[in-house]
Structure formats: C-alpha cells, structure tokens
Design a protein around this ligand. Structure first.
Ligand SMILES: C[S@@+](CC[C@H](N)C(=O)[O-])C[C@H]1O[C@@H](n2cnc3c(N)ncnc32)[C@H](O)[C@@H]1O
Length: 363
C-alpha cells in the first residue's frame, strides 16, 4: 500500500532548534513560511546578561561591515524560506537600520517595503547628558511580493499608558468620563434640573440622555443633578482607532511585569501579537530565527499559528519551551493528547552536514 508522503515542513514545525540559525535556516524548505520575525543583535556593541549575572548573548561585532556580513546570508535564507505572499519583520534600531534597509531593498525589492514601523519602547525619562534619549526601535516590514496578508489592526482603547482610562470593576471594562455638552444652540433645554453652559447645548437628544441616565452612565452632583462633564463611556462605545506605522501604545516590559522572564531584550507579547495578527492567518507558519525567550513563538501558538524557533543559546531555547508549555492553547492540546511535551525526538535533517547542537522538540 502506498504510504502518504511525509511533508518535510510538518516535521520541523512547532519546534525550537538550538544552534546557529544559518545552519537551520538552510534546511527549511523554500517557499514554506508565511511570516518571519527577526530580532537579531542590533550591533549595539554590548554583551547581554541575565539578571543573575549569567551570560546570555553577545552583540559585539567589530564593525558595521562585520555585522552586515553576519546578517546578509540570514536575510537571504529568510527570503528563500518565505512563501510567494510571505512577509518579514526585521526588528532593529539606529545602529544598523539604514544598512539593513538598503540590504533588504536589494533582497526583497525596493517596492516591497510595506512599512517602516517606529515603536516607542519607553517613555524616555532617563537623563541623557550628551545626546537625545533614544526611545524608539525600527521594524522594517517587507513582503516577498506585492501580494501579502494584511489584517487592519485597532488600538486597544484600554491602554495602560492612557492615564485617563479607569477600570470599572462592576462592568469589568475600562471607562472614561467625558463631556455631555458641545458648542451650539440646537439642544439648549433644561434636563433633570441642569442647563448646558453659555454657548453650549447637550451633545445628545433628550431620549439618548435619558437612556444614559437609566443605564447608570451619568455622574451626578451632590444634589442629584447630572454633571455636565459626567458621561461615562466604556471601551466598547468608543470608535476604534486603526494602527498606523507609529506604535506608541505599549512600552517594553516594566520591571514588575509578570510576563518577564529576565532574558535580556525580551519583547512584549503585545508587540508580537500585533505583528502576527496583522500579517498572517490562523494555521500559517511563523518563523523566528533569533527567538530568545520565545515571545514570537508564544504569540504564534496563542494565535493558533504554527511556529519554528531557533536560537544558539541553550538557555533561551529552554525559556522558550517553558513559556510555550504554559500557553493556554498548548495546555489544551496536551489535555486532548495531541501533544506529548516530554518526548524529545531527533529528526533527520535531509542532506545535513552542518551540526545542529540540539533539537528541542515539542512533540
Ligand atoms: C534580541 S534577542 C531576541 C529576543 C527575543 N525577540 C525575545 O523576545 O526574547 C537576540 C537573540 O538572538 C540569538 N542569536 C544571536 N546570534 C544567533 C545565531 N547566529 N543563531 C541563532 N541565534 C542567535 C541570541 O542568543 C539572542 O537570544
């Protein structure tokens, strides 16, 4: 009886590979990946350590030429792995963004730069004495061709950074207090003992005001009269703002964040979720060749995409696996006996001569 041919890509998905990413990338079939996210060393000339002082990884190239000699073959391989309608996000900063962009224009085509995304990663309160504080990273977003997945994203209106939003425990939603009146004369009438101020009228019809009142959305003064600035609006009421190429609505993880693994340069899940939601669909394969603590892999898994993670730091791979095992989707799959997380399998990398130190498998 004919055996069902094994699709090679199926044998490498949902795994975290510990080894040099160039060796692993070379084994991934051409045209198989929907989204690549790379967050490589930035050529920052720093060595990164974990909080306990243990060494994590080095970012100490001798020159920008040395750095680009490292990046070029990895970008070439990423391009090859992408499906014809696949996309890549290259996370970088001012140290090398100009060089990376020129190189990516060459590999992907000048016209296939979809967006240059600027992410404000911190508020910049620290004091820089000889130059301006740098609070932004750049994320270059390229398509392999003109055709690519793009799902419009909206700003979450309950951002922690927007101090005027308050959490209403009773309704389990964020809310904001706003004005019941506006400039004009068309709705100047007394309502529940209150008149709009000079030159102003109610922003809503009498029926709508009563509806708000009966729904408990109007703040009242000590005499029980409506406050003019007293409309409670909930997140769901507010028209959503679409995401532009300037991302300022979440910062890098704060010291006390429960998301933190203490792996240096760990990115927030919210950032990776936005990228993955915006440019891929359920079931697609997301590849992160510099996966670090596994943020992109966790985001992919949570959003029901398949993933491939690579890092040459063993501890990074272990942290990634630990986080993946903790994701709700993963737990559900284990419960259904779909995944056996304890089994470590070795897969034959066809034509492999390059050493791949460890393949830490999730199946
Ligand atoms: C900026 S960190 C990635 C952080 C990650 N995005 C996260 O959220 O945790 C860069 C990672 O690239 C890894 N790395 C550097 N050179 C590599 C190489 N040649 N092959 C595989 N991984 C490499 C480092 O070990 C480090 O974990």
């Amino acid at each position: 009886m004919d055996q069902e041919p094994i699709n090679f890509i199926d044998t490498v998905i949902n795994r975290v590979f510990n080894g040099d990413n160039l060796s692993v990338l070379r084994k991934i079939p051409s045209g198989s990946i929907s989204l690549v996210y790379i967050d490589p060393p930035f050529n920052s000339k720093r060595n990164y350590h974990r909080k306990d002082g243990s060494h994590a990884y080095d970012d100490s190239f001798t020159s920008i030429e040395d750095y680009m000699a490292f990046m070029k073959p990895r970008l070439d391989e990423s391009y090859r792995c992408l499906k014809p309608d696949g996309v890549i996000f290259i996370h970088c900063d001012y140290h090398a963004n100009a060089y990376l962009r020129v190189e990516c224009d060459r590999i992907f085509g000048y016209d296939n730069l979809i967006n240059e995304i600027i992410w404000q990663r911190s508020s910049g309160n620290s004091l820089a004495k000889t130059k301006l504080n740098v609070v932004t990273d750049t994320i270059l977003f390229y398509g392999k061709s003109e055709q690519h997945t793009f799902n419009i994203q909206h700003i979450g209106t309950c951002q922690k950074t927007e101090s005027n939003w308050r959490f209403d425990k009773n309704r389990n939603q964020y809310c904001l207090v706003s004005d019941l009146t506006g400039l004009g004369f068309n709705r100047r009438f007394a309502w529940r003992g209150k008149m709009p101020g000079d030159g102003r009228s109610w922003a809503y019809s009498l029926e709508k005001l009563e509806e708000f009142y009966n729904d408990g959305r109007i703040l009242t003064d000590k005499n029980g009269k409506p406050c003019l600035y007293g409309l409670i609006r909930y997140v769901d009421d507010v028209p959503q703002q679409t995401v532009s190429n300037l991302w300022t609505d979440f910062y890098n993880l704060a010291g006390g964040s429960s998301e933190r693994t203490e792996y240096p340069t760990q990115k927030p899940l919210e950032l990776l979720k936005r990228i993955i939601l915006m440019a891929s669909n359920e079931g697609d394969i997301v590849l992160d060749p510099f996966c670090g603590s596994g943020t992109a892999l966790v985001a992919a898994k949570t959003l029901r995409r398949a993933f491939i993670g690579i890092d040459d730091n063993k501890e990074a791979c272990e942290i990634s696996l630990k986080r993946l095992k903790e994701t709700a989707v993963f737990k559900e799959l284990i419960k259904q006996n779909v995944l056996n997380v304890n089994k470590i399998t070795r897969i034959e990398m066809r034509g492999s001569t390059d050493p791949i130190k460890t393949q830490t498998s999730l199946f």
